[in-house]
Design a protein around this ligand. Structure first.
Ligand code: BGC
Length: 750
């Protein structure tokens, strides 16, 4: 007879209960899905072909985020006659209610979906997504998306065009600011966090909105960093580097996808059946819907992929683009194309079904106005917790790039501080691109943030010195004079908010205007100069990198930006951010990422560089590497152990090591795990990020950390696109940055 302890009994009951709950949960979802399916079916039976096509049509409101269509359309009349399924760029309770009312005058009274680019906040502005990514703090990013969703949902929005999950390795491309940086692994986890943040537990809550993984796919690899350009890459590269964050979004339950402006190996993403039908809707079994990018169906004509608008409509719907944003190609052509037998009704029905499903899921048929609520809008907008969260994430996003002789943090009773530069008083710039309902007067500028933290004894001296883009040195003298009077100088330099973002590619990514010359003039006073850089992309600033006493990279930090920067400057927060993207030394190195190959001719000995894979005028290494970022404390890595030096395909090994705070203040470290497959059937990068942990330690405190290594982490796409782990030796590396590996060992896969 077997005895079972009380503890075991409780545990087994708990287990059974958990299984039952999980199972009944699945059943409920299944039952709900079927119920919605039936409602969609009955509605579709009532719809004319024209009404079906109407559901696939999306117009923009008065504010536009793309080229305005030359077609003259009476939008309200189209809504009233069932020719519109969704509106973008309409927001606020008043406007969404008014327009929804018009939709309810249509024959079938199908409510509209209101969509908007809620990218890094709605009323409260969080750091730009690339800045948030530098925090490597998934919970904080999830919270940021959740707050943005809550604010937007109260103002009538059902659907955001975010997150942008494009991997981007070219800082010339202005949209690098909108994503999570250059890495597939980090990018996938951030994609998941953001999707879950926007959507909450389940669609239908009035505190969450539908997310949209965009731009499917490859957009981040636009040739030469020029926006809307062609993309050409191997399928291995596509699958290994560019698709994982999209797959992670599907796994996280993302409701919608957006396709892209680029071609992928010659075929526009919008007309690409391989991407949309084969991968997304078949292999990944995605049940949501795909919206085109702004006008991207029509843009297949200038691409030379479609002969005219009707041809573009055929190609897009057949390839799996369900909703037409602003091309007006579907509404003007699809019904006729179906009648002529040029488009199969099954594709139209499939697209309509996907869209209606979401409208039911959101509860819009029960109450088309449920998201547009004056009371909630007012209450949510004034929630002080939102600004608190924005400041938290802004602090966590600021990267300490340099700190000579521990000049930072500054003591808050320094007698004289000079604040110099065009961004010292800036407010609108700190919000970056893609803001919605925020009021820039509420932004905390750097000077206000500093003022909030200094003691009464400190005297602040301000001089602008130059504009961001100005070519004049006329105000340098006043800046130099201010520096002379100071004990320490803080300079705020960078781009203007609108120098990054969509259609903001730059061929030269140096700090613009005369700002570096201003820095040199100020530096020549001999005073310690701390530089705060603000921008939407990695900039090139070699003089500052060499000569500044300290550098903080603050991106565009949002509404609470000035306070957050001051928190770091004066040590109220110990910086913990790490770069999610490589900072090149020169434009000539671009595209540059950390996961480079060894090549057949690596430089082993710096004294012997002839016929080696290198530049004759620059090192191969970046200015600042992926994963890099300093702290006011230091961390020691020791005692590396691997519990087994070889595993089989189903096995696992545990890598453990000790992390110690060896400095004098509490700090957070982002411990990074990189893996290299030494010999494989396709050449493998020297390092790939496969895990990370972020944790806080007090001075002297130490903790044992573990990573479990399974064959999944050792896998890659072979030449036939099989995801496999090949037997052989792997290098396991643990460190503080991709170029700062502290411990390493080998593991063999049998
Ligand atoms: C952008 C999208 C955006 C859309 C709607 C397009 O130009 O590429 O990312 O969601 O406009 O504003």
């Amino acid at each position: 007879m077997k005895f079972i302890s009380t503890k075991m009994f409780k545990r087994s009951c708990l287990y059974r209960a958990t299984v039952l709950i999980a199972f009944s949960g699945t059943l409920t979802t299944y039952a709900q899905d079927r119920k919605i399916d039936r409602r969609v079916d009955s509605l579709m039976k009532l719809m004319t072909l024209e009404e079906k096509v109407g559901q696939l049509n999306q117009y923009s409101g008065r504010e536009v985020t793309g080229p305005v269509s030359e077609k003259k359309t009476d939008v309200l009349q189209d809504i009233r006659t069932g020719r519109v399924g969704s509106m973008l760029n309409v927001r606020g309770v008043k406007d969404t209610r008014e327009i929804q009312k018009v939709a309810l005058e249509s024959r079938l009274k199908i409510p509209l979906l209101f969509s908007l680019d809620v990218i890094h906040g709605y009323k409260t502005v969080f750091p730009i997504p690339l800045g948030e990514a530098a925090s490597w703090d998934l919970n904080a990013m999830r919270l940021s998306a959740q707050i943005a969703a809550k604010e937007a949902a109260a103002a009538g929005i059902h659907w955001t065009f975010a997150p942008m999950v494009d991997v981007a390795r070219d800082p010339r491309w202005g949209r690098v600011m909108e994503g999570a940086g250059e890495d597939a692994y980090l990018g996938s986890l951030i994609a998941e966090a953001r999707v879950k943040g926007f959507q909450g537990e389940q669609l239908g809550s009035v505190e969450s909105i539908m997310a949209c993984a965009k731009h499917f796919a490859g957009y981040g690899a636009s040739i030469a960093g020029r926006d809307y350009n062609a993309v050409d890459m191997s399928r291995q590269q596509l699958w290994e580097t560019y698709l994982p964050p999209f797959k992670a979004s599907v796994d996280a339950g993302v409701a919608t996808f957006m396709n892209a402006f680029n071609t992928l190996n010659g075929v526009p993403a919008t007309g690409n059946a391989y991407l949309q039908r084969d991968i997304l809707k078949s292999k990944w079994n995605f049940k949501g819907f795909m919206v085109s990018d702004w006008g991207s169906i029509g843009e297949m004509i200038p691409w030379g992929y479609a002969a005219n608008e009707a041809d573009a409509a055929v190609k897009a719907i057949t390839a799996g683009s369900d909703m037409d944003m602003e091309s007006r190609a579907y509404i003007d052509n699809l019904a006729q194309l179906v009648k002529e037998g040029k488009v199969s009704l099954k594709w139209v029905d499939d697209a309509v079904r996907r869209i209606l499903y979401k409208k039911f899921e959101l509860g819009l048929f029960e109450d088309p106005y449920r998201f547009s609520n004056f009371k909630r809008e007012k209450k949510v907008f004034s929630d002080p917790a939102h600004r608190v969260a924005a400041r938290e994430l802004a602090k966590k996003s600021i990267v300490l790039l340099k700190n000579d002789q521990n000049i930072l943090p500054i003591k808050n009773d320094v007698r004289n501080i000079a604040l110099i530069g065009p961004l010292v008083q800036a407010k609108r710039d700190l919000e970056g691109s893609w803001i919605v309902e925020s009021d820039s007067v509420n932004v905390v500028s750097l000077i206000e943030g500093v003022r909030n933290q200094i003691s009464g004894k400190t005297n602040l001296i301000y001089a602008k010195g130059a504009g961001v883009l100005s070519s004049s040195e006329d105000s340098f003298a006043a800046a130099v004079e201010a520096a002379r009077k100071a004990d320490v100088v803080i300079m705020a330099l960078g781009e203007t908010w609108d120098m990054s973002g969509e259609a903001k590619s730059r061929a030269d990514i140096r700090i613009p205007g005369k700002q570096e010359a201003l820095f040199e003039a100020v530096k020549a006073t001999g005073k310690p100069v701390i530089v705060v850089l603000m921008a939407g992309r990695p900039l090139i600033f070699d003089k500052i990198a060499a000569e500044a006493s300290a550098i903080l990279y603050a991106w565009w930090p949002g509404t609470e930006g000035g306070n957050a920067i001051a928190d770091v400057l004066f040590g109220a927060y110990n910086p913990s951010a790490k770069l999610p993207v490589t900072f090149p030394r020169s434009v000539g190195q671009i595209p540059l990422s950390y996961d480079v190959y060894n090549t057949g001719r690596p430089v082993k000995d710096p004294a012997n560089t002839r016929y080696k894979s290198m530049y004759i005028d620059s090192p191969n290494t970046p200015m600042y590497a992926f994963g890099y970022g300093l702290s006011y404390t230091s961390f020691g890595y020791s005692d590396l152990k691997l519990d087994s030096t070889s595993i089989n395909q189903n096995g696992e090994a545990v890598l453990s090591f000790r992390l110690t705070n060896t400095g004098k203040v509490t700090g957070e470290e982002v411990v990074q795990l990189y893996i290299h497959d030494e010999v494989a059937s396709v050449a493998r990068p020297l390092k790939q990020l496969k895990g990370f942990q972020k944790l806080a330690l007090k001075p002297g405190e130490s903790r044992e950390l573990k990573f479990t290594i399974k064959s999944e982490l050792l896998s890659f796409y072979d030449n036939d696109l099989n995801w496999i782990a090949e037997p052989g030796r792997f290098k396991l590396m643990v460190g503080s940055a991709s170029d700062d590996i502290r411990l390493q060992t080998n593991l063999t896969l049998r």
